[in-house]
Design a protein around this ligand. Structure first.
Ligand SMILES: [Zn+2]
Length: 509
C-alpha cells in the first residue's frame, strides 16, 4: 500500500553536529584500485559533507597529540579580533532600496527644478544615452564607466545590497548585473519599463519591446548567478504610472506573479505628479489604487518616496504588506516634501526602508541618508509641533538595515546578525586614517588593549553601553566612508581599505 508521503520524516535531513570519525577506511577510488587506510581521521560537517581527511595518523610523528588535538591544530580558520579596540565595531551592511544607477553622473545637478521638469531637463536625456543604437561598443563602454563607479562608490560606503533602476536598455542592464557580481555587491536589477513617455518621446519603448527586453534580462540573470546562490535578481520596474500604459502595467503585474519577482516603482512624490496620475487614471480613486488595480501591490513591492499619501492609501499599502523606500535627501533637494515616516512606522505599521534615490538624491551613501532622514523628521516635528514625528537613531539604523532587508524580501537572510543569515557586514573604525570623527579617551567604553575583566572594574555594563551609543551617534553624524574600513558580502571581504599599517591580529588555529 502506498504511504502518504507527507507523513514521512526523512531521517537523512536530521540536524547533525560536526563529527570526526577515526578508524580504518576502505574504498575503491577507481575500478582497479582498492584503498585501505588505517588510523584515518575524517571530518564531516553539519551539511553531511566530508571536509577533512588525514590518512595513517601516527601520534609519534605529532608530539603525541591525540587525533582530536591534531585535527584542531590542523584546522585552518582565521581569527580576527577587534574586541580590544573600542573605536572599531561591526554593523550590518546597508541596504539601499531606491537608487538609479544610470543617473549617477547627474549627482548634484538640477537644484530647484521640480520633479516633472527635472525628469525632462536632466534625467531622460542622460538615460537616453544608454540606448545608443548606432554603436553597441560605445554604448557598453559608456554604461560600464558609470555602472562600475556607482557600484564601487556604494560598496565603499558600506552598501552590501541595493535595489537599482537602470534604463529601458536591456544590453546595458545585463552588463550592470555582471558588474554587480564582479564587484561583489548583492543587487536587484530593475530595467525601467515605460511605453508612454509623452513629454520626452525620444526616450521610450513600445509595449512589445518592453516584453522582449524583460524576457532577455530574466533569462540572462537566471544563467548568471552561481549555483545555489542568488546574488543578482531582476526586479519588475514600472517607472511610475504616468509613463506606463494600462496594458504594460497589467503585463508587469502578471510577470511578477509568473516569475515570482519583486516590484519597485515611485508613488506620491510630488503634488503635480499626483494630479497628473488623477487625470490619466480618472477611474482610480488615488495613486495607490492605480497600482493596486494592475496587481502591482504585494509584499515584495517597494514604493519609493510616498510623501503625500492619503489615509486610505496608507491602509491599502499596509494591507498589501508593501514596503516604502524613504528618500529624504532627494525629497529635500527637489523640494518634494517631508514624508511622515514616524507615523508610517508606528501608527500604520508599514515597513519603511531607506533609499539614496541617486540622482534626485545627491549622496550615494546610506549613512548620509540616515543623517538626513533624522534631520528632515526634526523639521517636520517643528512644523507640526509634534515631537512624535522625530525619528531616532534606532529608527534610522533599522530602516537602513533590517527594514531594507524586509523591503527586498530577504528579512531572513540579511540585515541583522542572526544564526543562518549571510555575513553582509561592514567594519567601522572611528579612528581610521583621515577620520572626520573626533573621539577623546574619556569617551571610550573601555580602554584600548585592556582585558574585559579590567574594563568591568571601571565601568558598569550599562555605562559602557551608554558610551558606545554615544560613539554610534558620533559615527552617524560626523562619520563618512572613511570610517567604513572593511565590507563583507556573502561572507567574502569585498572592500578592504586597511591594506597598510593595520593592526588586525590574525591567529591561525
Ligand atoms: Zn527614483
Amino acid at each position: 500500500m502506498p504511504t502518504n508521503s507527507s507523513l514521512i520524516e526523512p531521517k537523512a535531513i536530521n540536524e547533525i553536529s560536526y563529527t570526526l570519525y577515526y578508524g580504518t577506511f576502505i574504498h575503491t577510488p577507481s575500478l582497479k584500485e582498492l584503498d585501505i587506510s588505517f588510523n584515518t581521521i575524517v571530518g564531516v560537517n553539519n551539511l553531511g559533507v566530508i571536509d577533512f581527511i588525514h590518512k595513517n595518523y601516527n601520534p609519534d610523528h605529532h608530539n603525541n597529540m591525540s587525533p582530536v588535538q591534531f585535527f584542531i591544530k590542523n584546522r585552518h580558520f582565521d581569527f580576527i579580533d577587534y574586541s580590544q579596540e573600542p573605536t572599531k565595531f561591526f554593523v550590518p551592511g546597508f541596504i539601499d532600496t531606491h537608487i538609479h544607477a544610470s543617473q549617477f553622473p547627474n549627482i548634484g545637478i538640477g537644484l530647484d527644478c521640480p520633479l516633472l521638469d527635472w525628469l525632462n531637463n536632466y534625467t531622460f536625456p542622460l538615460e537616453n544615452e544608454f540606448t545608443n543604437s548606432n554603436s553597441t561598443d560605445s554604448k557598453l563602454k559608456f554604461a560600464k564607466d558609470i555602472y562600475s563607479q556607482v557600484i564601487e562608490k556604494t560598496l565603499n560606503n558600506g552598501t552590501t545590497c541595493a535595489s537599482y533602476f537602470t534604463t529601458i536598455d536591456p544590453q546595458t542592464t545585463n552588463l550592470f548585473a555582471e558588474l554587480l557580481l564582479r564587484f561583489g555587491q548583492r543587487g536587484f536589477v530593475g530595467k525601467v519599463c515605460m511605453d508612454h513617455n509623452e513629454t520626452y518621446a525620444d526616450y521610450s519603448e513600445t509595449f512589445e519591446e518592453c516584453i522582449d527586453s524583460m524576457n532577455a534580462i530574466i533569462n540572462h540573470l537566471h544563467n548568471l548567478n552561481p549555483q545555489d546562490e542568488i546574488l543578482v535578481k531582476p526586479i519588475i520596474t514600472p517607472r511610475f504610472a504616468p509613463v506606463c500604459t494600462r496594458d504594460l502595467l497589467f503585463f508587469l503585474g502578471q510577470l511578477s506573479k509568473s516569475h515570482n519577482l519583486p516590484i519597485q516603482t515611485h508613488i506620491s512624490e510630488n503634488e503635480k505628479e499626483i494630479e497628473l496620475v488623477h487625470d490619466l487614471f480618472p477611474d482610480c480613486e488615488d495613486y495607490a489604487s492605480v497600482y493596486n488595480k494592475h496587481n502591482l501591490l504585494g509584499e515584495s513591492t517597494i514604493l519609493a518616496h510616498a510623501i503625500h499619501l492619503t489615509k486610505k492609501e496608507r491602509k491599502i499599502i499596509k494591507q498589501k504588506n508593501c514596503s516604502i523606500s524613504h528618500c529624504p535627501t532627494s525629497n529635500t533637494f527637489i523640494s518634494s516634501g517631508e514624508a511622515p515616516i514616524k507615523k508610517y512606522l508606528y501608527e500604520d505599521e508599514i515597513n519603511v526602508s531607506l533609499g539614496t534615490d541617486v540622482s534626485g538624491g545627491f549622496d550615494s551613501s546610506i549613512l548620509a541618508i540616515i543623517k538626513h532622514c533624522i534631520l528632515v523628521s526634526h523639521h517636520l516635528a517643528m512644523k507640526t509641533k509634534n515631537q512624535k514625528d522625530k525619528l531616532s537613531i534606532n529608527d534610522a539604523l533599522f530602516m537602513a538595515t533590517q527594514g531594507g532587508a524586509q523591503a527586498v524580501g530577504m528579512a531572513d537572510q540579511i540585515g541583522t546578525f542572526e544564526l543562518g543569515k549571510k555575513f553582509d557586514v561592514q567594519l567601522i573604525d572611528l579612528k581610521s586614517e583621515d577620520s572626520n570623527v573626533d573621539v577623546f579617551d574619556w569617551q571610550l567604553p573601555f580602554k584600548e588593549h585592556h582585558t574585559s575583566i579590567e574594563n568591568h572594574k571601571s565601568l558598569s555594563k550599562d555605562e559602557q553601553s551608554k558610551k558606545m551609543f554615544d560613539l554610534l551617534g558620533k559615527w552617524i553624524f560626523s562619520g563618512d566612508d572613511r570610517n567604513c574600513v572593511k565590507v563583507w558580502c556573502n561572507g567574502r571581504l569585498v572592500v578592504n581599505k586597511v591594506r597598510y599599517n593595520h593592526d588586525d591580529r590574525w591567529v591561525m588555529c
